[in-house]
Each structure stands twice: as structure tokens, then as C-alpha cells.
Design a protein around this ligand. Structure first.
Ligand code: SAM
Length: 292
């Protein structure tokens, strides 16, 4: 087995060799602690028959741990300057394909079909670029990809919001947007000191395991998400007030909204943060006929 990329000494050697300078705008904070990487990979429960998709391999620190644990790794990297670096650092691993692409523009489904045609168990494992955490998660969850789930590092504050339960101050439309697709939990908290350069914020790794079926069946997913977003627009307002101001023509439909809330057994004076995903699903379906 070759020497870990992620030791501080080897990372510095690689950066110097290529004269690489970090781009803050691309969220480039590389991990320089092999133990953290081993733990991240452990939380993904990969087997020798698994596939792993990585977003942003950087200089390959996490990629090589994935290459050792899985049958095949596909890594999407936006920064062209890192391609020759990865070619060099990952040369001992034959099971890695690096794709030069913005993950948000990539056709991940087609790439998976081409690169991992026979793998039944695929996980996304990544230390995400923090400036695009939410769009990346939403893309990977809504495209109905054949993946078991995701183990991803992000800003701790975002991890807390994603995994929050009803009734807490972190619970909001982001918690619902993600938990609609999977069960989300914080797997580990990660100190700033394991990154180069050190970020200004604390980090956490979360694990999302996709549901086979959503927790609630709704008439329209788009309208369900519209209702949840409207319900949290102003946290101090009641759900009735938020729906009136957040849904189109809501002001004129006050009585319809009250009727829909009451038909679901939801007091109009409750706040959005007290409603579960199932309650939001029922509410969206009761409101639907009044808005479409
Ligand atoms: N995986 C490496 C590690 O853990 O040390 C690097 C992680 S660093 C936080 C994020 C990586 O994502 C960088 O390599 C950056 O260039 C890349 N990146 C940023 N935006 C991206 C995007 N939209 N698509 C693909 N990669 C991106």
C-alpha cells in the first residue's frame, strides 16, 4: 500500500511540486488527517463490490481511501489544475476514473451506467465544496440515481439544519427537502485543524440513506416543497399567516387555507417548525385543489 496522500508532509510536497495555490472560491480545503478519511469511509459501509462517487477529489486524499475500500470510484473535479496532480497521486489505483466537470452540470446517471454498469451498491462519499453544498445534495437526491445514499462532509451549521427534528430551532425547509428523500444523521463532528487551509467554520459528516418510499405520498412534490418553504418564510409567524403571504393569491384564500389546515387537524395558530413531514404532506394535498 502506498504512503497516504493526506499526511501534512506529503500534502505539502504535492502542493509544492505542482505550485498549487488554493482557490477559496472553489471551496478548496483539503484534509490532512488519514484517520478522519478512514472514519468517513467506514461510515459509508462499502464492500469490495461497491461503487463510490466522489465530488471534488482535490489532490486525491479521500479518493485513495475509497479506491482501497470499493471496487470502483468515479470522482468529479471542476478545477482543471488538479487533473495532472490526480493523474500522478492516484497512479497506484486502477479502479479510479476522474471526470473533469462541474458536478452540477454532469450527467451523473449516464456516467454511472458507463462506468459502473454492474454495481448494485453505490454511495456518494465526499468532502463537499461548502459554497455549493445544498445544490449538490438536492441534485444528487432528486435525480433518482441508483445510489444507496451519501456520506458527506459540510459546514456543521448546515449539517445541523439538514438533520434537525420538528420543534427545534434548526428545523426548516432544508431539513424537509433532504429528509423527504432519506434518513439523515450526523455521523461525526470534524475539527478545523484537519484541513489545509483551515476553514473559518466547524465541519460535520452526515450520512443520508435514501428511502425506498417517501415518508408521505403527495399529489405534487413541487407544491409540497412550495408549501414547506412558505411555512418557514418568517419563523415567528403562524402557519396561517405564512401560507397567506407565501402562496400565490394566498391573501384572497384565507378561508380555504383555514379549512385545509383544520381538515388535517392542524391549528392555524401553530408555527411551521412544529409540523412533521407527514403533516406537511397532508396539508399540501388539502391545499392543492384551492391552488390548482
Ligand atoms: N476531497 C478533497 C479532500 O477532502 O481533501 C478536497 C475537498 S475540497 C473541500 C472540495 C473540492 O471540490 C475541491 O477539489 C474543489 O476544486 C472541488 N469543487 C468545487 N466545486 C466543484 C463543483 N461544482 N464540481 C466538482 N468539484 C468541485
Amino acid at each position: 500500500m502506498s504512503k497516504d496522500i493526506a499526511t501534512p508532509i506529503r500534502t505539502k510536497e504535492i502542493l509544492n511540486k505542482y505550485g498549487f495555490s488554493f482557490k477559496k472560491s472553489l471551496g478548496q480545503n483539503f484534509i490532512i488527517d488519514p484517520n478522519i478519511l478512514r472514519n468517513i469511509v467506514h461510515h459509508a459501509n462499502l464492500s469490495e463490490e461497491s461503487g463510490a462517487i466522489e465530488v471534488g477529489p482535490g489532490i486525491g486524499a479521500l479518493t485513495e481511501h475509497l479506491a482501497r475500500a470499493a471496487k470502483k470510484v468515479i470522482a468529479f473535479e471542476i478545477d482543471q489544475r488538479l487533473l495532472p496532480v490526480l493523474e500522478d497521486t492516484l497512479s497506484p489505483y486502477e479502479n479510479v476514473t476522474v471526470i473533469h466537470s462541474d458536478i452540477l452540470k454532469a450527467d451523473v446517471r449516464t456516467v454511472l451506467k458507463q462506468e459502473m454498469p454492474n454495481l448494485e451498491d453505490v454511495m456518494v462519499v465526499a468532502n463537499l465544496p461548502y459554497y455549493v453544498t445544498t445544490p449538490i445534495l438536492i441534485k444528487l437526491l432528486t435525480e433518482n440515481l441508483p445510489i444507496r445514499g451519501l456520506v458527506v462532509m459540510m459546514q456543521k451549521e448546515v449539517a445541523d439544519r439538514i438533520t434537525a427534528k420538528p420543534g427545534t430551532k434548526e428545523y426548516g425547509s432544508l431539513s424537509i427537502a433532504i429528509q423527504y428523500y432519506g434518513t439523515a444523521e450526523v455521523a461525526m463532528i470534524v475539527p478545523k485543524t484537519v484541513f489545509m487551509p483551515q476553514p473559518n467554520v466547524d465541519s460535520a459528516v452526515i450520512r443520508i440513506i435514501k428511502h425506498n418510499e417517501p415518508p408521505v405520498q403527495v399529489i405534487s412534490e413541487d407544491f409540497f416543497f412550495e408549501v414547506t418553504r412558505a411555512s418557514f418564510a418568517q419563523r415567528r409567524k403562524t402557519i396561517l399567516n405564512n401560507l397567506q403571504s407565501g402562496l400565490s393569491h394566498g391573501k384572497e384564500k384565507k378561508q380555504d387555507i383555514i379549512d385545509a389546515l383544520e381538515s388535517c387537524g392542524i391549528e392555524p395558530s401553530r408555527r411551521g417548525e412544529t409540523l412533521s413531514i407527514v403533516e406537511f404532506g397532508k396539508l399540501a394535498d388539502s391545499l392543492y385543489p384551492f391552488f390548482y
